[in-house]
Write a protein that binds this ligand. Sequence first.
Ligand code: EPU
Length: 420
Amino acid sequence: MDKILIHGGHPLSGSIKVSGSKNSSLPILAATLLTREPCVVYGVPDLSDTHYMLQILMHLGAQVERASGTVSVTAEKIQSVAPYDVVRRMRASVCVLGPLLGRCKEATVSLPGGCVIGDRPIDLHLQGFEALGAAVRVESGDIKVFAPKLTGAVINMHGKFGPTVLGTDNVMMAAVLADGVTVIEGAAQEPEVVDLATFLNKMGAKIEGAGTRRIIIEGVPALHGAEHRVIPDRIEAGTFLVAGAIAGKEVTVKRVNPEHVRAVTDALTRCGLAINVKDDAISILPNGHASALDLTTEPYPGFPTDMQAQMCALLSTSKGTSSVTENVFPQRYMHVAELKRMGAQVELEGATAVIDGVDCLLGAPVMASDLRASAALVLAGLKADGITEVSRVYHIDRGYEHLDEKLSELGAHIERVKAA
Ligand code: EPU
């Protein structure tokens, strides 16, 4: 397994271009199953998660071509069964259920395995399918959905921890081909949901209200092919801004939608860091004195759970005592034990991490446990004294396109040690 070595203490400066969004690409690629006609998606990042999604589409019968960030999918004839072997590597494979149900009126998709960021139920997705008229069974680890006919309905996607993003996507993708009007109440408002709705509308769907709490979908008989460029990855952008906050002189992220990153730039400003926004570029000008912060993760437009680990890395060396409360995935704290190995002072109290900032962290061998936790460890290593060795970097490759190369362009001393 590859490792990443970071020699801490080398300041970052310069700019990077943000890649296309992972969390937009995955459901948008799944949505290509809704039509027999060719679709072209631009800006798909080169990640193992997008690669897994394309493997699932091919397994289902789609023709897939990929040239750099451009992916062409033609799902002329498809079948509707995705077994465990095909879906086990990625939770997001669940988002083929909606398009398969919409187009084939049936689907069997194996439940993906456990996840270190906590329990990840899909009850709301399944309730949504049932409301549209589908029969749902979970049998021997497979989810089976079947509906001779889908009929529009009023569906609520707000659960105990807020609205579900992929649940909203899944129901939207099934409902575009239902008879009549579907109203999704308590819908997720994430920019990735809006991006999916934009793509579906280009395919001929009739969706209004994406980006608000209520999405209205008027079913149509069929969708056609479409072309679409996915939005920039707001979590990658945020991660590089925090890298700049931790170890930067001046770091600029380009090709970003500043509105999508607002919660992160607001948090960094509250830490006392200067942020400049110009068109689609955001610069961070650290002054070496980030201060403590009380932070709570929330569904969009609140502070994203996908940036929580990276902020914990920053707050570990910020002046004063910070508190971080995780409201979306309350158990998403796998990075804490590893940050503590580097000298961070963090105590967990339920879903809250109380962080006493220290003057400096010390490089150590640490283990990546999930995508964002791994990013946090790399960021911590940028400033730590000595060498930080992050193992299991396949987690990083799931969701950051060339993270080590981009950090290296900014001046980090970072190397990837390939597995023998
Ligand atoms: N939930 C339920 N029932 C459901 C679905 C979700 O109770 O049926 C709960 C979850 O357990 C969680 C909360 O609702 O407590 C929100 O989960 P959500 O369904 O919104 O998560 P997701 O759609 O599975 C996407 C992203 C995650 C991101 C979350 C929250 C993709 C592919 N994944 O997951 O991204 O953390 O939304 O914003 O879009 C990542 O990129 O590192 C990542 C984990």
